[in-house]
Design a binder for this molecule. Structure first.
Ligand SMILES: C[S@@+](CC[C@H](N)C(=O)[O-])C[C@H]1O[C@@H](n2cnc3c(N)ncnc32)[C@H](O)[C@@H]1O
Length: 237
């Protein structure tokens, strides 16, 4: 599998980790919490009893925390990321959670998951797949790790399709966000990389086709907040 940008991306997230949550909440006006909530809800995990979820590119563990809160610790979650600093912050947050024991953390690359075949009822990735160039390879890995009937949820930043909204959004995203992000994170590169990577992300139709090629069925794209984020879902089998 091929992801030439891998070391650059890991170093970038290691560098911005301390300010990551603060910038996420403020730059999205708390919408990121709602987006993750909807992604977890789409997995239809019921009360989570006896079920297992894998969250890839977990960052500071917001998806994992949302999942165990929703299922009151009955769901077991493995949260994995290749950035040590993001995981370290996630570990601190998980330790403070009443159901934190249901979350296991592992450092690893999303393109080569150290997991058993058909081990999980759900696989999620929030704002991570954009950073992985070999998207089909990553999705095939997720498919391999899922049980039959298991579900995948991919949450990703996208660009609105409405022309006016798209213009306004790009103005904010390309001009304002790199300045604010750069000021707070002291890493201007990371917040210039962000709009670039979002603009390069495939269209809904293209990404859905990649999911289908990777083996998923029942593939859907659900735009949220004027299309600045899309929840892609699919099923194994
Ligand atoms: C924008 S953050 C998203 C974090 C978290 N999922 C969230 O919802 O806030 C992207 C994360 O993906 C991780 N990442 C990027 N490429 C990865 C890869 N190939 N394997 C594992 N983690 C990766 C980064 O280290 C970073 O923590």
């Amino acid at each position: 599998m091929n992801n030439v940008e891998l070391p650059f991306i890991r170093e970038m997230f290691d560098a911005i980790a301390p300010k990551y949550d603060f910038l996420n909440r403020s730059l999205s006006l708390y919408q990121d919490v709602i987006w993750r909530r909807r992604a977890i809800a789409s997995l239809k995990l019921g009360n989570g009893r006896g079920k297992k979820m894998l969250d890839v590119a977990c960052g500071t563990c917001d998806m994992a925390i949302e999942a165990v809160r929703r299922t009151q610790g009955r769901l077991s979650v493995t949260a994995t990321d290749f950035s040590f600093n993001m995981l370290a912050l996630g570990k601190t947050k998980v330790a403070k959670e009443p159901h934190g024991k249901a979350i296991a953390l592992a450092q690893g690359n999303g393109l080569a998951l150290p997991s058993f075949e058909e081990a999980y009822d759900a696989v999620t990735i929030a704002f991570g797949i954009r950073n992985i160039m070999d998207r089909k390879g990553a999705l095939e890995e997720f498919h391999r790790c899922l049980k039959e009937e298991g579900r995948v949820a991919v949450l990703e930043l996208t660009t609105p399709t409405n022309k006016l909204l798209r213009g306004l959004y790009l103005l904010y995203f390309q001009k304002v966000l790199p300045i604010i992000g750069g000021l707070f994170s002291k890493n201007k590169g990371a917040y210039s990389y962000l709009p670039d990577s979002v603009l390069k992300f495939p269209s809904h139709a293209e990404f859905k086709a990649i999911m289908t090629e990777a083996g998923f069925t029942d593939v859907h794209a659900r735009p949220m907040t004027f299309g600045i984020v899309t929840l892609f879902t699919g099923k194994k089998g």
